[in-house]
Design a protein around this ligand. Structure first.
Ligand SMILES: [Zn+2]
Length: 388
C-alpha cells in the first residue's frame, strides 16, 4: 500500500507534469507571420529548395537540390482559376499547380525571394504575401527586437515580453484557420529579422525570465495591446476599434511625460488632404473626443450642408500611422495648410512603452509595470489558461 503522503506527492507530481506539458504545448506553437507582399513574377534562390502545394492530391513536390539554383514563380488567372507557374529554364520544365498557396523549404534554412531574404519554411499566397512560419519564441525574439530597444531597462523589456506573448497567443488562437495569423508590422506587432548578438542575449533574458507568463482575465488570455507613448492617459480599445467592452481599461499615466519626443506636429497641404478624401475642404473640426482626450470623430466640411466624418483611427490610417502619430491632437486650417499638433505615439491602449521604461528606470519590477497598465488582468502561467 502506498502511504498517503506518497500518494499525494504522486498526484502533485502528475498534476505538475500535466501543467508543464500544457505550457510546453502552448509555447511550442508555430506562428505564421506575414512579412511583406511582393509582386509576381518572383525570382527565388537558395540551397536545396523544395516546393510543396498544400492540397494533398495536388502535391507534386518539386526539389531543386543545388545550392546556387534560382527559379521563377508566377501566378495568374487561367480560365478563372489562379495557377502557379514554376519554371527554371530548359533543364527544369514548367510546372503548374492550382494551389491557394505554396510552401517553400530549404536545406540551408534560408531563401531569397526577389532579393528579400527570409528563413524557411515560407509560404507564398496568390496575392504575393510572404509568410514565415516559426516557433513562438523565435517570433517573440523578432517582436522584442522590433518593438523595444534592447538598451532599455530589463524590467521594461520583460513587461514587453509578457504583453507580446499574451497578444500573440490571443491572435494565433483567434486566427488559427487563417493562412497568416499576425502582420509583421504596426498592424499587429513589428517583427525584425535582423538582431545583433548583444541585442539577442538581452531579449533572450527578458523572454526566459518571464517564460510562460501571460496576462489573463478570468483565466482567459487577453489581447494585451501595447503602444509607444499614451501621452498621459491610456485608451479603452473599444473606443478605437469599436466592438464589445474589453478587459483593458483606460488608466492615467504620469510616467511617459518624460519622453522628450512626445510632442509632435504634422502638417499637410490642403491640396494633398483634398486628394486623400477626394473632396474640397472648407473647414475641419473635431466633433467629439474620448475621455482620454483623443479625437474620436473629425468632420471635414466640404460644402454648405455636407460634412465628411472620419474616425480618429481611420484618419491615422489615411494619413499614415507614422505621420499622424496618435489621435491625441488638435487641428488647425490656415489658408492652404492643415496642422495637427499632438502628443504621444500609437493607439494608446494597454502598456505604454515609454511609461514602462520610466517605471523600470525608477526601480519598478515587471509585475508592478503590468499591474499599472492592465489593472484588472492577472499574471498567470500559460498552463492555467482556458482559452488556448
Ligand atoms: Zn503613457
Amino acid at each position: 500500500m502506498i502511504a498517503r503522503g506518497t500518494l499525494l506527492a504522486l498526484i502533485f507530481l502528475a498534476l505538475t507534469l500535466l501543467q508543464s506539458t500544457g505550457q510546453a504545448q502552448a509555447l511550442q506553437k508555430t506562428v505564421r507571420v506575414k512579412l511583406t507582399t511582393l509582386n509576381f513574377p518572383l525570382q527565388i534562390s537558395g540551397g536545396g529548395i523544395s516546393i510543396r502545394g498544400i492540397k494533398k492530391t495536388d502535391i507534386k513536390n518539386i526539389s531543386i537540390p543545388r545550392v546556387d539554383e534560382s527559379f521563377r514563380v508566377d501566378n495568374h488567372k487561367v480560365g478563372g482559376k489562379n495557377i502557379w507557374f514554376i519554371n527554371k529554364g530548359d533543364s527544369f520544365p514548367l510546372k503548374r499547380l492550382s494551389e491557394k498557396y505554396i510552401e517553400i523549404d530549404s536545406s540551408s534554412s534560408q531563401v531569397e525571394i526577389s532579393g528579400y531574404k527570409v528563413s524557411t519554411p515560407v509560404l507564398i499566397t496568390q496575392a504575393g504575401e510572404i509568410i514565415a512560419a516559426m516557433p513562438l519564441n523565435n517570433y517573440l525574439e523578432g517582436v522584442l527586437a522590433g518593438e523595444m530597444p534592447a538598451s532599455w531597462p530589463i524590467e521594461a523589456l520583460k513587461a514587453q515580453a509578457v504583453a507580446a506573448r499574451s497578444y500573440t497567443l490571443f491572435q494565433i488562437n483567434q486566427r488559427k484557420n487563417n493562412i497568416f495569423q499576425l502582420e509583421g508590422s504596426v498592424l499587429d506587432q513589428v517583427y525584425s529579422s535582423s538582431i545583433s548578438p548583444d541585442q539577442l542575449s538581452v531579449i533572450k533574458q527578458a523572454l526566459a525570465e518571464t517564460e510562460g507568463m501571460v496576462l489573463t482575465h478570468q483565466n482567459k488570455i487577453i489581447k494585451a495591446y501595447y503602444h509607444s507613448d499614451c501621452g498621459g492617459r491610456t485608451e479603452d480599445p473599444e473606443r478605437i476599434w469599436g466592438g464589445a467592452r474589453s478587459n483593458i481599461n483606460s488608466v492615467e499615466d504620469r510616467y511617459c511625460a518624460f519622453n522628450p519626443h512626445s510632442q509632435w506636429i504634422f502638417e499637410i497641404s490642403l491640396e494633398e488632404m483634398r486628394k486623400k478624401i477626394e473632396s474640397p475642404i472648407k473647414s475641419i473640426r473635431i466633433v467629439n473626443t474620448t475621455p482620454s482626450g483623443r479625437a474620436a470623430l473629425i468632420a471635414f466640411n466640404v460644402s454648405d450642408d455636407k460634412n465628411i466624418l472620419i474616425s480618429g483611427n481611420e484618419l491615422r490610417k489615411i494619413l499614415g500611422f507614422q505621420k499622424l502619430r496618435s489621435t491625441l491632437f488638435s487641428v488647425r486650417l490656415d489658408r492652404d495648410r492643415i496642422t495637427f499638433a499632438g502628443r504621444g505615439f500609437g493607439h494608446g491602449s494597454g502598456l505604454c512603452q515609454y511609461g514602462a521604461r520610466y517605471m523600470a528606470q525608477k526601480g519598478a519590477k515587471v509585475q508592478e509595470i503590468l499591474k499599472h497598465y492592465y489593472p484588472t488582468a492577472r499574471l498567470l502561467e500559460v498552463s492555467h489558461v482556458a482559452n488556448l
